[in-house]
Design a protein around this ligand. Structure first.
Ligand code: EPZ
Length: 422
């Protein structure tokens, strides 16, 4: 297993290109199952999760070609010759559950392994299943699989009210409803930019959808969908992650392709902490204003609130802020696993349930640390950039799921960072 070695150093200066969004691409790719015609995604990120979704779709009979070094995904599902999403692939990536809605909507039946939990929480899929049942699906849970069928071979429109916001359940319902017979209304729907991007793609394919980005989305089901070419939206979590690099180290970095509307609440928190964020012609320029970062309180919420996927990275910044910060994690039940690793680097953090209290120290000290999940891994790299001495982050396969070429992107801005093959 590879590790990444980071030597704490000086300020960072330069530009970092932001890739297409992993979490948009993972919901756009299953849309190929809704049509016999070709669906092409451009600006796709080159990540292991995308390769896993590619394998899953190919196992169902879809043709998926990765072109231009992985930046273009050319897909075609003129028929689905296997309707079972196998546990061996699904267990590697929870987003695999997103093939359930489209397969059911296209062919009236599907068998998908339950994804199981992951490091940050149990992560059930009950809201996905309830939404599909509301649309007429008959579901039978056995042997760790969901056996689903649509009576008469077709789902029907329904009103689906989510008891709380779920990105994945909103996406599964959207994909399924686009081919259902009749009208579907999703209430308390997720408002994330990845949802908006999925609707833009489905609309290019001929879907009739309104309300994306609000809490109520209305879908008029159609009999068939066509092909399309769609650019994957910029990754707001990669963007926020790299905005924190100059915030932690000092200096100035321009994140190319960054858009303020993708990181509103996050940018406001950075401003409160004494970090300047400026829109440029080509992206977002980030610099630390004079003096030390100030402590701020953070509560994670569904979009447009502060993203849970940036909580670990923000904690890395607040470890050396002036004052005490309180981070409240309201989305997942176990998403502070980066805290013990940051404490190994000299951070002062007290975790009680869903709250982490961080008392800022002058400097962190490099140490060997272990990545536990995707976003925790990159928060440890950020912490290492500003720490005294060397930090070695092990188990970086977590990192490779969601960040392409971290060492190149940060290295180009002056970071002392290298990958150690293990
Ligand atoms: C998506 O996960 C993202 N993953 C996550 O990013 C992100 O953290 C999360 O949304 C929240 O923004 C992808 O898009 C592939 P949810 P998802 O359904 O859809 C509970 C990353 O680092 N819940 O909005 O699984 C769930 O356990 C990943 O890129 C149910 O109880 O998130 C969680 O506590 C991590 N039942 C909360 O709701 C359900 O049926 C929000 O989950 C579904 C979810």
């Amino acid at each position: 297993m590879d590790s990444i070695l980071v030597r704490g150093g000086g300020e960072l200066r330069g530009t970092i290109p932001i890739a297409g969004a992993k979490n948009a691409c993972l919901t756009l790719m299953p849309a190929t199952l809704l049509t016999e015609e070709p669906l092409t995604l451009t600006n796709a990120p080159r990540l292991s999760d995308i390769r896993t979704m590619t394998q899953l779709l190919q196992s169902l009979g879809a043709e998926v070609a990765s072109l231009q070094g992985g930046k273009v995904l050319s897909m075609s599902s003129w028929r689905i010759d296997n309707h079972t999403a196998d546990y061996d692939i699904v267990r590697k990536m929870r987003a695999s559950i997103l093939v359930l809605g489209p397969m059911l909507a296209r062919d009236g039946h599907a068998v998908v392994s339950l994804p199981g939990g992951c490091a940050i929480g149990a992560r059930p899929v009950d809201l996905h299943l309830k939404a599909l049942e509301a649309m007429g699906a008959e579901l039978d849970l056995r042997d760790g699989y969901v056996h689903a069928r649509a009576p008469g071979g077709r789902l029907r429109g329904a009103v689906v009210e989510f008891p709380f916001v779920s990105v994945g359940a909103t996406e599964n319902a959207l994909l399924a409803a686009s081919l259902a017979k009749g009208t579907t209304v999703l209430k308390n729907a997720a408002r994330e930019p990845e949802i908006v991007d999925l609707v833009h793609c489905l609309r290019r394919m001929g879907a009739q959808i309104e309300g994306e980005g609000t809490e109520t989305i209305t879908i008029q089901g159609v009999d068939r969908l066509g092909g399309a070419t769609h650019p994957v939206v910029t990754d707001r979590i990669e963007l926020g992650t790299y905005m924190l690099a100059p915030a932690i180290c000092g200096g100035e970095v321009e994140c190319l392709g960054g858009r303020l509307d993708l990181v509103g609440a996050f940018a406001e928190k950075l401003d409160e902490a004494g970090i300047s964020v400026t829109e440029t012609e080509t992206g977002l320029k980030v610099a630390r204003k004079n003096g030390r970062v100030k402590a701020v309180n953070v509560t994670t919420e569904p979009f447009p609130g502060f993203p849970t996927d940036l909580q670990a990275q923000m904690m890395a910044l607040l470890c050396t802020a002036e004052g005490t910060s309180v981070l409240e994690e309201k989305i997942f039940e176990n998403r502070f696993m980066h805290a013990p690793e940051l404490i190994r680097m000299g951070a002062r953090i007290d975790v009680h349930g869903g709250h982490a209290t961080v008392t800022g120290v002058e400097k962190l000290r490099g140490a060997p640390v272990m990545a536990t999940d995707l976003r925790a891994s990159v928060s440890l790299i950020l912490a290492g950039l500003a720490a005294e001495g060397e930090t070695v982050v092990s188990r970086v396969y977590h990192l490779d799921r969601g960040y392409e070429h971290v060492e190149e992107k940060l290295g180009a801005c002056g970071a002392q960072i290298e990958r150690i093959a293990g």
